[in-house]
Design a protein around this ligand. Structure first.
Ligand SMILES: NC(=O)c1ccc[n+]([C@@H]2O[C@H](COP(=O)([O-])OP(=O)(O)OC[C@H]3O[C@@H](n4cnc5c(N)ncnc54)[C@H](O)[C@@H]3O)[C@@H](O)[C@H]2O)c1
Ligand SMILES: O=P(O)(O)OC[C@H](O)CO
Length: 325
């Protein structure tokens, strides 16, 4: 199975490294000419994953057409750009493994749903979980959810990508795997705010637990299975992303919690903090589904410039309720 990777950011590059195990050939499409040049000439992605020596069997290209000979494509462009990138190429029946985490603005579609609408003949899988790119690229032990309705394709992808230090756990719940990854980014911003505003570790733990209740309510309303949400792509990724400034979403929240504006924090960044784009769409999707998501509303208020103290007060002043989802 020759693997192609769409997206030369940190995660696309780390996944290319996973797929290149044993010197298997991997073709990676990157949007930036300097990323293509740096991978091909120096086996390093200096722009997005600096300092990690890459396998020489990874070749980079700036032309999406070159991916035509691949047997499966890992789609690792940021969620808001997946539609445009897939629309530029002929996917046909090549399986697409969606690795971006988000919900598309405007349509409120999950990335897999976007892919289906652009490439209706392509089988769909989702790879998601607690995965900081630099750790995966360094070969540190990592486990992910690999969700695909087609059991045969799921097995072939798991066999092709799996390794002792990269363990795909199988699931048929594509929607559940996607919802965990999309929602956790918004909740990670909230946890970063708790850190930035110095609210303490009790508050952070409470936010993770109540945030997970929020993720579960939304996920169940959208047809996710509860066990997927409690798995690697849901709770697992939530815990990772809410725990470390290695997370771009958590770091964005730290800045907001310190009273800096979203405009300032997002203005010159080259890397993507997906939660900032997902938050407003998630608010709309939750309203549409009739699901209460107070943490998501609070993150949106902060992104729109509401004062930190005011947003925290509003969250803490909500009427007490039963703990059950
Ligand atoms: N970095 C991680 O640790 C990690 C882990 C798991 C999942 N993800 C997810 O993978 C996806 C990609 O993130 P990343 O970390 O690889 O990116 P990144 O932040 O390292 O790099 C930004 C990427 O966005 C691309 N980009 C910017 N504008 C674009 C446009 N107009 N069209 C197409 N692409 C454009 C750039 O080419 C680059 O590949 C995101 O959905 C992210 O949530 C990231
Ligand atoms: O840096 P973040 O916040 O985009 O998180 C990266 C991955 O999604 C963690 O699983």
């Amino acid at each position: 199975m020759k693997i192609g990777v769409i997206g030369g950011g940190a995660w696309g590059t780390a996944l290319a490294q996973v797929a290149a195990r044993g010197d298997a050939p991997v073709l990676l499409w990157a949007r930036e000419a300097e990323v293509v040049a740096s991978i091909n000439a120096d086996h390093e992605n200096r722009q997005f994953l600096a300092g990690v020596p890459l396998s020489p069997s990874i070749r980079a290209t700036g032309s999406l057409g070159d991916l035509a000979g691949c047997d499966a494509l890992l789609v690792v462009a940021p969620a808001q750009h997946v539609r445009a990138v897939l629309a530029e190429m002929t996917v046909g029946t090549t399986p697409l493994v969606l690795c971006a985490k988000g919900i598309e603005a405007g349509t409120r579609l999950l990335v897999g749903e976007v892919a289906r609408s652009v490439a209706p003949d392509a089988p769909i899988a989702v790879l998601s979980g607690p995965t900081f790119a630099h750790e995966v690229a360094a070969g540190k032990p990592t486990a992910v959810t690999l969700a695909c309705e087609d059991a045969d394709l799921r097995t072939r992808l798991s066999d092709r990508l799996g390794a002792p230090a990269f363990r795909p756990y199988a699931s048929a719940d594509v929607i559940g795997a996607e919802i965990g990854g999309a929602v956790k980014n918004v909740l990670a911003i909230a946890c970063g705010v708790v850190e930035g505003a110095g609210l303490g570790l009790n508050a952070r733990a409470a936010l993770i637990a109540r945030g997970f209740a929020e993720m579960t309510r939304f996920g169940l309303a959208r047809g996710a299975q509860a066990e997927t949400l409690t798995g690697l792509s849901g709770l697992g990724d939530l815990v990772l992303t809410c725990s470390s400034t290695n997370s771009r979403n958590f770091s964005l929240g730290v800045g907001l919690g310190q009273g800096r504006s979203a405009a300032e924090l997002l203005s010159d960044r080259k890397t993507v903090a997906e939660g900032a784009f997902t938050a407003p769409v998630l608010r709309e999707a939750a309203a549409e589904a009739g699901v209460e998501m107070p943490v998501t509303l609070a993150v949106n208020a902060l992104l729109e410039g509401a004062p930190v103290a005011e947003v925290i007060d509003a969250l803490l002043s909500r009427p007490l309720r039963a703990e059950a989802v």
